[in-house]
Each structure stands twice: as structure tokens, then as C-alpha cells.
Design a binder for this molecule. Sequence first.
Ligand code: AMP
Length: 363
Amino acid sequence: MTALAPGATLGIVGGGQLGRMTALAAARLGYRCHVFTPEADSPAGQVAAAVTCAEYDDLAALARFAAAVDAVTYEFENIPLASIRALDGKVPTRPGPRALQVSQHRVIEKTFARDHGVETTAFEAVASADDLARALARLGTPAILKTCRFGYDGKGQLRIDRPEDGPAAWQSLASDDAILEAAVPFEREISVIIARGGDGTLAAYPAVENHHVDHILDTTIAPAPVTPEVAAAAVGVAETLATALDLVGLLAVELFVTASGRVLLNEIAPRPHNSGHWTQDGAVTDQFEQLVRAVAGLPLGDPAVVTPTVMKNLIGAAVDKWPSYLTQPGARLHLYGKGEVRAGRKMGHVNWVGGAPPVQPDA
Ligand code: AMP
């Protein structure tokens, strides 16, 4: 793979905060970014050299975009696979369509993991109310019913505590492409982000611990306070899956850790991940630069931890307290340029470096 020289243009499909922070990292290395997004005034578009504002399935606009860039990456999974395939036929697209295809569908994802020796919770594909009844009989309760596609931040999933609650859960899920998972009695949730270069080189960040509020990531503690065995097993899962997917770019793996130290895969994302935002201030090379390096064919950077870091998302109205973070010792503020504050919307985040405990602004 020939490395792209500074001055080349990277295409980013998706206009959210992950694209924004990727474009900022690309600019530091002298690249231009061209963002493809249906959103006018998107977080990524605000900091890019060029923007194509079009729907993700607009093949003519995608073809013009492909002709204007030297390589492409994408910043979220809910892009039509056909669009990424169309781009990949015209311009190097990293990670490629395979990683997107696997991560877009929960049954394909968990089956892929199992086939490569990665442990998941017990699961069954569910396409009807009868399937669900059978799956509940096999897996037992509590169990989690999820749509296979387009779920994020806890949307498209329901917990079922008693088998007789199955029919109502099926009604309210309103999907004929679902998965039932045995609920994992996890002790903690962790994740690993790994970069893989075009020559197969791997660079993993250490496992981090994640805390959710209302199904949305709230806080990440880096590195995770886990045993060396758990930390190594988590990185091993990321290495196995990134290699098996033959992915060039970033792979985030979300994992459950049980009280006995078992590490089970929950899901993967072939892109920068919210639980990797700490790397902007706590690692030698942040996850966004690492993605840019992989996509541009540069050597991967050093993923080592410089300082323990705690990341907290600013969700919805929490962003209104942004001035208070400017003067806190150890705090670094990152805002995404989103105009409208909505409940549950990720507006920014704060990284506390040096292991300083996060200080919450007064209510
Ligand atoms: P997901 O969209 O699959 O990442 O799920 C969102 C959150 O729901 C996870 O971070 C967990 O807190 C919880 N969750 C999802 N699946 C399971 C499961 N099989 N067992 C226990 N908790 C789960």
C-alpha cells in the first residue's frame, strides 16, 4: 500500500463527532478531509476542507465524492453496505465492506466471533413470535431481545424477565430480524480499541472500563482496573477479530467481564469509539490519528498510555456547564459544535488526565 503524502484528501462518510475528531487529527498530519453527510452544518463538516451534502444511498453523489478523494473511511455503521461497496470499487475504502457487513448485523457479528474462538453470551436468531418462544425456552430468562440492525445507545432492545412476557416484547420490538441473548451477569463492561495497518501490524490500546447511564456511555476509566489476565484476554479478542476481518483502520470491541473473570464479546464497531476519546489526552497517539495513519498507509503510532485518564460525556443539557470545565485542574474540554441541545444527544466530553477524579459542576 503506497502511503498518502500530506496534502492528500481523505474522505469521511458520516458527519458526526467521530468524523469531526478524525478530520482534526488528519489536519494535524497535513491532510485535507472531505466529508459526505446528509446533514447540513454537521460537526465534521464544520472542520473539513470540503463537504458533500447528500443521502447515503445517492450513488451519483458517492461517485463524485470518490473521484474527489484519495482514500475513504466511515465513522458509523448505519451506512448502506451497497454505498461502501460502491466506494470501495473506486477508491481505497478502509476498513472495507466486510467489517461493515459483520458489524451491521448482531447475529452475523456474534456468529463471526464464535467461529473465530471468541466467547459470546448464548444467543438465538429470532424472526417470529414462535421463534422467540422457542429461544426463551432454550436460553431462559432474564434475556435481552434486540433488533439485529440499527440499534445504538440501547435503542431497539428490551429485557425479558419472564417467558410469559415474550409476546408483548415481540410486539413492541416491531422487527422480524432480531436476536435473543442470554443476559450476562457482568461485573463490569470494558472495551478495547485496536488499530490495524495495511501490512497487518496491530496496535492496541489497553482495556478501559465503561459506565452507562440510560444505555448511553457516561464515563470511561482508562486503563480499566482489571487483572492482567482479563486485560490480556480483552486485547486478545480485539487482535483476533481485527485480523480475522482483515481490517485496515480501527476496531472497537465491547466486552462483558464476569465475576469469575470470563470475557465475553458484546459487540464490535469498525471505527473510532466513544470509549476511546480518553486517548486524545491520555495516550501518545490518539485513536483518531491512529485511524488516519491506517487509512493513509502510514506506520501506526505508539498507543501507550501517557497518563491515566477519566472521560465523561457531556450529554444533553450537561453541556451547558461547559465553562466550569475550563478552569478545573487536569480537565480538557472537547465540544462537537452541535447547535441544538437534545436529551440523550452527545454534545461533547471532558478528559481528566493524571488520574484526577472528575469534578462535577454544581447543579
Ligand atoms: P448494546 O447495544 O448491545 O451495546 O447494549 C447496550 C447495553 O445493554 C450494554 O452496554 C449492556 O449494558 C446492556 N446489555 C446488552 N446486551 C446484554 C446482555 N446480553 N447481557 C447483559 N446486558 C446486556
